[in-house]
Design a protein around this ligand. Sequence first.
Ligand SMILES: Nc1ncnc2c1ncn2[C@@H]1O[C@H](COP(=O)(O)OP(=O)(O)OP(=O)(O)O)[C@@H](O)[C@H]1O
Length: 412
Amino acid sequence: MKMNVTNNTSHDSKLEIQKSRRESLQQRNALLTMRLNSTNPQRMVKKPWRASNSHQQTPHHKTSPTITSKIPSPVRRPLRGNDNSPNRLPLTKRPTVDNTIHASKIPSPIRYIKNNNAIVTSSTTATTSNVTENDYGKIFSSPKLYKQLTLQDFEIGKKLGKGKFGKVYCVKHKESGFICALKAMDKSEIIQYNLQRQFRREVEIQTSLNHPNLTKLYGHFYDDKRVYLIMEYLVYGELYKLLRSHGPFNDIIASRFVYQIADALNHLHEKGIIHRDLKPENILIGFNNVLKLTDFGWSIINPKGVKRKTLCGTIDYLSPEMIRSREYDDTVDVWALGVLTYELVAGDPPFEEDSKELTYKRILKGEIRFPGTVSQDVRDLISRLLKNDPKERILLKEVMVHPWIMRNKPFW
Ligand SMILES: Nc1ncnc2c1ncn2[C@@H]1O[C@H](COP(=O)(O)OP(=O)(O)OP(=O)(O)O)[C@@H](O)[C@H]1O
């Protein structure tokens, strides 16, 4: 639901906004309840969203994509820690995620850009909760409840996915009816990989953040075997899967996505946090194509001016200074945003090669080859983000007002 709030908003229109926000929360809960119960909502038929400035659409653009259940998951090469580091994680392929409900129950998020009335029509059979967004955080941060939370407080729904250290489920908090994502991780594995400190840091950082484009962590609890993270539930899953199934996005969609991630990164940097693992796998999609950056496992609180040296991230997204083992700062996220922007409009990362060594070589060379379908405006932005010298990289605030963004913004 798109709302324009101006400074002169009257009391009445404020009430109107609050009301529509509440309604949209109820709609959200209704859809989530449907998904939790795996009921079969009517297929929501909507006009495919078309870009009004169609000249900007790439030949790859499809107007009505559907997320398919079995999306081939090309090998990504996560790189975690120095080769000698005890914390180095195995360089494994990302696990395949059971995405069946995404495919069968809920249409592509892209269709929601201009037409989200479908949420209303589809929710008639579902039960709704009266919990408002502000209450969500309170439910789990209330000292009384927080201390007492156990797995029994949740109704466990579908498995949403599996990460290296745990499984993620769609769950309903029985008392409030609030639907969220619950990530369960084995304590023994955290200890085995010596990740206690990293885990604690991830929880601390993510709990302290509050931004529309960052996945909220409402709280956590544990039992003898596992620790559980209660997270905001992002109904459409990973941006990576959408990109794989949809192909490159047109400028209107991609610019909106890039704007949101630039905003999220800017917020993190203002708080002195570097994400260090930006990539489409770590971006989840909520209602109305709102993107949420997630996975703060490699984030670090980094006071301004302090440089870091740890090599981390994913090979295709590594910055030249990281590859050269030089000191770096939050501009590594700006580089990664350049790689992400390229991947969104071209379909693949800019320096992708068959081997790690060749990829490194291409990153260091910094030569960007654009497919003919990529517009001049976005080429300009990508070139400014992917500057070899970190000091020359465009500021995130400038990204948000770059001509590519500004020209496409009216069509979001
Ligand atoms: N908040 C969420 N809402 C909806 N789906 C989620 C949420 N968090 C995770 N998922 C799904 O569960 C999958 C596993 O997530 P998880 O965070 O455990 O692992 P990961 O990020 O894929 O890998 P890693 O183990 O490297 O962190 C994700 O790929 C995503 O599809």
